[in-house]
Design a protein around this ligand. Structure first.
Ligand code: GAP
Length: 468
């Protein structure tokens, strides 16, 4: 069973060094989070698994890493300056501000609210008698459109001319490099461009840990296709491929669902969008979005920049056209949070003891192997250190070395951080106690089955590598 409450995971994350509250020694900064040593490793592994699956192992994909600060004209062309806004309502009593649609969504569900117009938000809040989450009164102002882009200034003079935005999506860095990719990589349609990077949105109501924050990471792909071809086929292939990626890495299919956006709910650039949602402890929430952006972005950038952004068919150079785009867009932090929630398990063992175990997929677990000397005896620790060095040098595995506390406590600690395998070096290994095992053998303990097998030191690297 995954975590039943978000608090279980928030507390484990802090206790074990996955995720800490941001700026904590100064009293924090609301809704900011810092990834600790294990969280940074987990997140890197998620990004690596994503890059491997969708970029490195595919002939039709190219990767990018573009600047966060872009010419402000990019955001005029993309429609973000005029359209990237949420409905903001104020509580007349306590003056706190909220996203009106989200307040309604909590009571009525996503579908009922998705098609709402801005001038319907306040009447509906009042009709449904939805109270202010801060003070409990029901006195709402009319909803206003609030642009979510963070503004900043480039250089030493803070005027309109130096205005810049922190990018609210990584996608635009891809569109503005479309021509460079055509010229340097000479790709044939269909092909995709991918990047992972930070995005910023001045969300009105961030919350639920790292689910909705103002600074977050995205993993995005713009997949360019021939508009006269079978766009639906590409759309369906991406939907299936993404579903498979999540489920192969351990998300139970019955905690995922696909939600098709209603026509009135679509973003300004999209003619069709589906979300893959996860059953978070507070309800279904968006994990991933797949949109048919048509030629909206290339056409807009072509118009605003004056550059020709077309593709020439290499088999028929007279055939020039603007490709259409299918966009698979993943939230990296939401994906990490989902893997954390899904891995979290509390269970009672056959011996009656209880444990918390993070059942991460072996590719995602931040530590692959822990080497544990059975006792603190110097010559036993030295033998275990020798083994630690061998595994580190002969494999790409991340290895922890722990001598502190009873072996039972150390197993529990490794279970809590999700280490798939523990290797115990004992007096049998040294040839000093036959009952513990044969000389030059060690015990490998499996995190999930708790099975313990005796393996020779000569075969340990193969045994651990095969387990991954
Ligand atoms: N380029 C398309 C785009 O940005 P989106 O649905 O606005 O589409 C894509 O965002 C993904 O980014 C979402 O599915 C979600 O996982 C993640 N995301 C969006 N806003 C977020 C936020 N404030 N905090 C964390 N993740 C967020």
């Amino acid at each position: 069973m995954p975590a039943s409450s978000l608090d279980q995971v928030v507390s484990l994350c802090k206790r074990r060094g996955f995720i800490f509250p941001g700026s904590a020694i100064y009293g924090g900064l609301a809704n900011t989070w810092d990834y600790g040593p294990l969280g940074a490793e987990l997140k890197n592994r998620v990004k690596r698994a994503w890059w491997d699956a969708f970029v490195r192992c595919r002939q039709d994909m190219a990767g990018l890493d573009t600047a966060i600060l872009m010419n402000p004209k990019v955001w005029e062309a993309s429609g973000h300056v005029s359209s990237f806004a949420d409905p903001l309502v104020d509580c007349k009593k306590c003056k706190q501000r909220f996203r009106g649609d989200k307040l309604l969504e909590e009571k009525l569900g996503v579908e009922a609210v998705a098609v709402l117009k801005i001038d319907q938000v306040q009447p509906m809040l009042l009709a449904e008698n939805i109270p202010c989450p801060a003070c409990g009164s029901c006195a709402w102002t009319e909803a206003k459109r609030f642009n979510l882009m963070f503004k900043t200034h480039q250089g030493v003079i803070e005027d309109e001319g130096s205005l810049a935005y922190l990018r609210p999506e990584t996608a635009q860095g891809i569109f503005v490099n479309f021509k460079h990719i055509l010229e340097t990589m000479r790709p044939r349609l269909p092909f995709g461009i991918a990047q992972i990077g930070k995005a910023f949105r001045n969300e009105i109501t961030p919350g639920n840990f790292t689910f909705r924050t103002r600074e977050f990471e995205q993993m995005e792909i713009e997949y360019f296709v021939d508009p006269s071809g079978d766009k639906k086929m590409h759309f369906d292939e991406w939907k299936a491929g993404v579903w498979e990626w999540y489920t192969q890495l351990g998300i139970a299919p019955d905690r995922l669902r696909v939600r098709e956006h209603a026509k009135d709910e679509l973003s300004h650039y999209s003619s069709r969008t589906i979300d893959i949602e996860y059953a978070f402890p507070w309800g279904w929430g968006e994990l991933f979005g797949l949109a048919d952006r048509g030629d909206f972005d290339l056409a807009q950038h072509s118009k605003h920049s004056g550059e020709e952004l077309t593709y020439t068919d290499p088999d028929d150079p007279k055939k020039k056209f603007m490709p259409h785009v299918i966009e698979p867009s993943f939230g990296c932090d939401r994906t990490v949070l989902t893997f954390l929630l899904e891995a979290y398990t509390e269970e009672t063992l056959p011996d009656g003891e209880s444990r918390t175990v993070m059942r991460f997929h072996p590719r995602l677990a931040p530590v692959d192997v822990a080497v544990l000397p059975l006792s603190k005896k110097e010559h036993l620790v030295a033998k275990a250190e020798e083994l630690y060095k061998k595994i580190v040098h002969e494999t790409p595995l991340t290895v922890d070395f722990d001598v502190t506390g009873s072996i039972g406590k150390r197993y529990r600690r490794q279970d809590e951080i999700g280490t798939p395998k523990c290797v115990t070096v004992d007096f049998g290994t040294l040839g000093e106690d036959e009952k513990q095992g044969d000389k030059d053998t060690v015990t490998i303990r499996d995190r999930d089955s708790l099975e313990q097998v005796r393996v020779s030191l000569g075969g340990i690297v193969d045994a651990l590598s095969a387990a991954r």
